[in-house]
Design a protein around this ligand. Structure first.
Ligand code: NAG
Ligand code: NAG
Ligand code: NAG
Length: 423
C-alpha cells in the first residue's frame, strides 16, 4: 500500500515529534560494498534443513549471562548455523598489506571471523596484535575455535583500525567461505571470549562490530547498515550491496519506513521486528501480529508451523519430498495471490513471483520444471514463542532494509525489484 503524497506529507507533519533521525545518503560518509549470492549447485537440496537448524539455534540461544564461568559462557552462547546451500558473501581485506577473505554477511551474528579455509589462513602482518585470548563460537552444526586478534580491516577503500576478529585455528561448517562478517546487534558478541578472566565490567564482554568501529573512527556518519539485494535466477550473481553508514537512494523507491526493534524475546536480541501476514484479496489471516526477525543468513522466508498450515490451505501447496519445499502445479501458481506483510503502520505486498524459488534454478534444488516451488516454509515450531518468523533473503531481495543500531530500529522500503517477475 502506498500513501498519496499529500497524505504522506500530513503524516510526516503529524509524526514529526518522533520522526526518525536523518539517515545519511550514500554520498556522505559511508562504505558501499558489493555482495554476491551463490547457490551451491550440489548442496542446495538442503536449504530448508539449514534454515530450520539456524532458526532453532536462534530460539535456543540462552539469554545474556554476564560474569559467568568460562565453561558456562561457552555453553550459553551458540549462534546460528550457516547455510551451505545458498550464501551471501563480500570480500574484506585483513592486515597490512591486506589479505582478502570472502566472508558471509550475517545480521544474525556480530563477530567477525577469518581463516576458515586452510588454503587461505589468517596471516599475521604489521598491524596484527595478538590479544592472547582464545575465542570459540558455535554455529549450530558448525563451530570456529581460534585466537582473537586486533587488526586492520579494509572494506572497499576504507580502512578500519583496531577491529577485533577471530583467526580460526579449527573450524567446521564453512565450505567455500573464509568466515563471517557479523553485522548484527553488538550485544550478540558478549560471552564470546570464554577464556578471558580479566574482564571486570560486564559490558566489556561486548566487542564492537565492524560497523561500530567504522562509526567510532569517523569513517561513516551513522552506526547503521543499508542492505540492498535483488532477485536473481543465476547460480552466482554479485547483485547485492551493503552500505555501512548510509543508504543508497538509487536502491529504493518511496520512503524508508522505520519501526523499533521488537521488545519481545528472543527476537529482540537480533534484528527483530513485529509483523503480521495476510494472504490475498480476502486478507486471509496467516500470522497475527507477532515478533520475529529479519536475517541475511537465512535463505527462505520461514513462518510458524500453524501459520504455514494456513498458507498451505490458502494456496493448496503440498510438501515436495525431493526439495523439502512446498510446491504448486503451474495452474495453482497462476491462481497464487500476494502475501501482505504489515510492519508498523505500513503494508508491504509480497507478490506471487516473490513467493517462488527461481524456476530456472529448480534442478539445483532437486526439483523439476513440472512444479513451482515456494520459498515460504516452516520455522519448525508453533507461533507464540517470541520468534515466529524469519524474513530471510528471499524476502529481503524484494525490499531495501536498514539496520540502525544507534536508534535500535529497522527500516524498510520498496525497490524496483519489489514487483519484479524474475523468478
Ligand atoms: C555444497 O554442498 C555440499 C553438499 O552438502 C557440501 O559437501 C559442499 O561442501 C558445499 N559446498 C560449498 C561451497 O558450500
Ligand atoms: C588503535 O589502537 C592503537 C593502540 O591502542 C591506538 O594508538 C590508536 O589510536 C587506535 N586507532 C584508532 C583509530 O582508534
Ligand atoms: C507493485 O504492484 C502493486 C499492484 O500493482 C502496486 O500497487 C505497487 O505500487 C507496486 N509497487 C512497486 C514498488 O512498484
Amino acid at each position: 500500500m502506498m500513501f498519496t503524497q499529500p497524505f504522506l506529507a500530513l503524516l510526516l507533519l503529524a509524526t514529526n515529534a518522533n520522526a526518525s533521525p536523518l539517515i545519511h545518503r550514500a554520498t556522505s560518509r559511508s562504505i558501499s560494498i558489493p555482495v554476491a549470492r551463490r547457490v551451491n549447485a550440489t548442496g542446495a537440496r538442503d536449504i530448508l534443513k539449514f534454515d530450520q537448524a539456524r532458526a532453532k539455534a536462534f530460539k535456543n540461544r540462552t539469554p545474556q549471562v554476564h560474569h559467568t564461568s568460562p565453561s558456562a559462557a561457552q555453553a550459553a552462547f551458540g549462534v546460528p548455523v550457516t547455510n551451505q546451500a545458498v550464501d551471501y558473501a563480500m570480500t574484506v581485506g585483513v592486515g597490512s598489506p591486506p589479505n582478502p577473505f570472502t566472508l558471509l554477511v550475517d545480521t544474525g551474528s556480530s563477530n567477525t571471523w577469518v581463516g576458515a579455509q586452510q588454503t587461505n589462513p589468517f596471516v599475521v602482518t604489521s598491524t596484527s596484535q595478538d590479544t592472547g585470548n582464545l575465542v570459540e563460537v558455535t554455529y549450530g552444526s558448525g563451530f570456529v575455535f581460534g585466537e582473537q586478534f586486533i587488526d586492520q580491516l579494509t572494506i572497499g577503500d576504507v580502512v578500519i583500525e583496531n577491529q577485533s576478529l577471530g583467526a580460526a585455528l579449527l573450524s567446521e561448517g564453512f565450505d567455500g567461505v573464509d568466515g563471517i562478517i557479523g553485522i548484527g546487534p553488538t550485544d550478540l558478541t558478549s560471552g564470546k571470549l570464554p577464556f578471558d578472566h580479566i574482564v571486570a565490567e560486564p559490558d566489556a564482554l561486548c566487542i564492537p562490530t565492524v560497523t561500530d568501529n567504522a562509526f567510532t573512527q569517523g569513517l561513516i556518519d551513522e552506526d547503521l547498515v543499508g542492505i540492498a539485494f535483488a532477485p536473481t535466477n543465476s547460480l552466482s550473481d554479485t547483485n547485492g550491496e551493503i552500505i555501512f553508514g548510509g543508504v543508497d537512494d538509487s536502491k529504493f523507491t518511496g520512503d524508508i519506513h522505520f519501526v523499533p526493534i521488537t521488545s519481545t524475546s528472543p527476537a529482540n536480541e537480533f534484528v527483530g521486528i513485529d509483523q503480521s501476514i495476510a494472504y490475498g484479496a480476502a486478507s486471509t489471516p496467516i500470522l497475527s501480529t507477532t515478533a520475529g526477525i529479519t536475517d541475511t543468513g537465512t535463505t527462505l522466508t520461514l513462518i510458524a508451523t500453524d501459520a504455514l498450515a494456513a498458507y498451505q490451505t490458502a494456496t493448496g501447496a503440498v510438501q515436495d519430498s525431493d526439495t523439502g519445499l512446498l510446491r504448486l502445479t503451474p495452474d495453482q501458481f497462476n491462481n497464487l495471490e500476494s502475501l501482505f506483510f504489515t510492519i508498523g503502520s505500513e503494508t508491504f505486498e509480497f507478490t506471487p513471483n516473490a513467493q517462488i524459488w527461481p524456476r530456472a534454478l529448480n534442478t539445483a534444488i532437486g526439483g523439476t520444471s513440472d512444479f513451482v516451488y515456494l520459498i515460504v516454509n516452516d520455522i519448525g515450531s508453533a507461533s507464540g514463542e517470541g520468534l515466529d518468523f524469519i524474513d530471510g533473503m528471499t524476502f529481503l531481495e524484494r525490499f531495501f532494509a536498514v539496520f540502525d543500531s544507534t536508534n535500535s530500529q529497522f527500516g524498510i522500503a520498496t525497490t524496483q525489484f519489489t514487483n519484479a517477475t524474475s523468478n
